[in-house]
Design a binder for this molecule. Structure first.
Ligand code: IPD
Ligand code: CA
Ligand code: CA
Length: 265
């Protein structure tokens, strides 16, 4: 692995672990009260911890890699005009975090600015303290154990993950897709954190996953973890994921899933 990437990947792991410590220390503080505010809608909320974590990550990145740019969910784009760009979701699964539902993660991707290739991906499952990581051509791992997608080749026997947008208009369309495909697959799962849904495909805990309306910080690190585990990620009807659609799978049921969602494209 290129020295520059290896440096950034190792740093990502350290930064994610430090961010997890911050979250755990806040949750363990008996004086702490969580403040929640609305963003784009009643259902789209943010806590002060999301912001604190992003500040911590951005600070660490800018001190160690001052030429790199940072794109974060809460504070947008900052700094850097160098070769690398960090794409971060400080807490993916904020609704779960607020409820203590055990599925939320810190997601950090590093990509090259010249061709936008994602070179490193780290997703740290905070409640389970499970670190998913991948580097380009280096494989995917969870707490050091190599990951591999399932061998399922029949979409009708597949367990499929998905998620729902914060926009009501998009949710209505998403409900229609579910109603149409639920009788043609094994079952649906909605865990509430896109980065972890992708890691579940990589780990063979889901055969495939699709969602409409994600942002790059939701899927960038998890997508590399899927492809490095032998899976496939695209935008369904485009070569790369877009905010319109992401489809990730073990590759064998990919076309079968696309056929099911095609009528809604
Ligand atoms: C959300 C989660 C959720 C997905 C939403 C995302 P957030 O991210 O990944 O699973 O369905 O589309 O926005 O807001 O918790 O960072
Ligand atoms: Ca997110
Ligand atoms: Ca988030």
């Amino acid at each position: 692995m290129n020295e520059e990437i290896s440096l950034r990947h190792k740093a990502s792991v350290g930064f994610a672990r430090q961010a997890r410590e911050l979250i755990i220390s806040r949750l363990e503080d008996p004086e702490f009260t969580l403040s929640v505010s609305e963003k784009t809608s009643r259902t789209d909320v943010v806590t002060q911890i999301d912001k604190e974590v992003e500040e911590l990550l951005a600070h660490n990145i800018s001190v160690k890699f001052p030429d790199d740019a940072i794109i974060g969910e809460e504070f947008g784009v900052s700094g850097g005009n160098g070769l690398f760009e960090w794409v971060i979701d400080p807490i993916d699964g904020t609704t779960n975090f607020i409820y203590g539902f055990p599925a939320y993660a810190i997601s950090i991707a590093v990509r090259r600015t010249t061709d936008l290739k994602v070179l490193s991906g780290v997703v740290l499952d905070v409640p389970r303290d499970r670190l998913y990581e991948a580097t380009q051509s280096g494989g995917s791992f969870a707490n050091g154990k190599k990951l591999a997608v399932t061998n399922q080749d029949n979409i009708n026997d597949s367990l499929i993950g998905t998620g729902f947008s914060y926009s009501s208009a998009v949710r209505i369309r998403q409900g229609e897709i579910i109603a149409s495909i639920i009788t043609k697959i094994r079952d649906i799962r909605r865990a509430g954190a896109a980065s972890l849904d992708l890691c579940m495909v990589a780990a063979g805990e889901l055969d495939a996953y699709y969602e409409q309306g994600l942002k790059p910080w939701d899927y960038m690190a998890g997508s590399l973890i899927v492809t490095e585990a032998g899976g496939m990620v695209d935008g369904g009807f485009t070569a790369h994921p877009t905010e319109d659609m992401i489809v990730a799978s073990n590759s064998k049921v990919h076309s079968g899933l696309l056929e099911l969602i095609q009528p809604f494209h």
